[in-house]
Design a binder for this molecule. Structure first.
Ligand code: CDP
Length: 229
């Protein structure tokens, strides 16, 4: 069967990565979490006290950042490595979440990440999720999905996820962080979060995972059909 590129963009915590993993497993595609790259860059900036408001400091720091996704053979999923260190768990912590949207708004940071993401798409058979994948990274992708869900549902989902690892996290803190990130992501100058004109909207507020996958698999089949011939 013809392999395609599937892009999934949308707001924070509406389940983009869950859907991307479902699709990658079902279709035997590669899944790339573009947010992990911005999170890893943010982690480096925090650890090395890089002032991301200074273009010169950012340009210099990016020279020392090597990002790579390496497969975890147990889960079958790629994990984020920053300068050869596995940072998959560290980058999910609140300290990174609090700063990542500021860092991701910096033009030089985006140029750095987007150039690497574009290269990864040379081979088709890929699902990538993020904020600008359908608009900037793969504007010619065969299937583009724009995800959304009620804010209360998104907050609850992310809270549960974070609370499992850290009992000190509060619901208010998670809500504030999601709202702030959505605001910064949608209002930044460089490639803001936008629905691509040809993206299909998926509101999964009331969809269970099974129904979600069923629905999207139909879109995948349609996209493959439309691009074969
Ligand atoms: O928390 P969630 O899983 O929704 O976010 P993420 O996908 O891990 O992305 C973290 C942050 O990185 C976002 O809030 C954006 O600021 C930034 N990002 C971006 O600007 N462009 C992308 N393609 C992906 C993420």
């Amino acid at each position: 069967m013809k392999k395609i590129i599937i892009t999934i963009d949308g707001y924070s915590s509406c389940g983009k990565s869950t859907l991307a993993k479902q699709l990658a497993r079902k279709l035997n595609y590669t899944y790339i979490d573009s947010g992990a790259m911005y999170r890893a860059i943010t982690l480096y900036f925090i650890q090395n006290r890089v002032d991301w408001l200074s273009t010169a400091a950012v340009v210099e720091a990016l020279k020392n950042i090597h990002l790579e996704f390496a497969l975890n053979s147990l889960t079958g999923l790629g994990e984020m490595y920053l300068n050869n260190e596995n940072v998959e768990h560290l980058i999910r912590e609140m300290i990174v979440a609090e700063k990542v949207s500021e860092v991701a708004a910096v033009k030089e940071v985006r140029d750095f990440a987007v150039a690497q993401q574009k290269k990864m798409g040379v081979r088709k058979g890929m699902v990538m999720d993020g904020r600008d994948i359908g608009t900037v990274v793969f504007p010619h992708a065969e299937l583009k999905i724009f995800m959304t869900a009620d804010i209360a549902i998104r907050v609850e989902r992310r809270f549960k996820e974070l609370f499992e690892k850290n009992k000190n996290v509060s619901l208010d803190e998670v809500k504030e962080n999601l709202e702030l990130r959505d605001y910064i992501d949608a209002n930044r100058e460089v490639s803001p979060l936008r629905k691509a004109e040809d993206a299909i909207i998926l509101d999964n507020s009331n969809l269970n995972l099974e129904n979600q996958l069923q629905l999207v698999m139909q879109w995948v089949e349609d996209a493959i059909m439309a691009h074969t011939s």
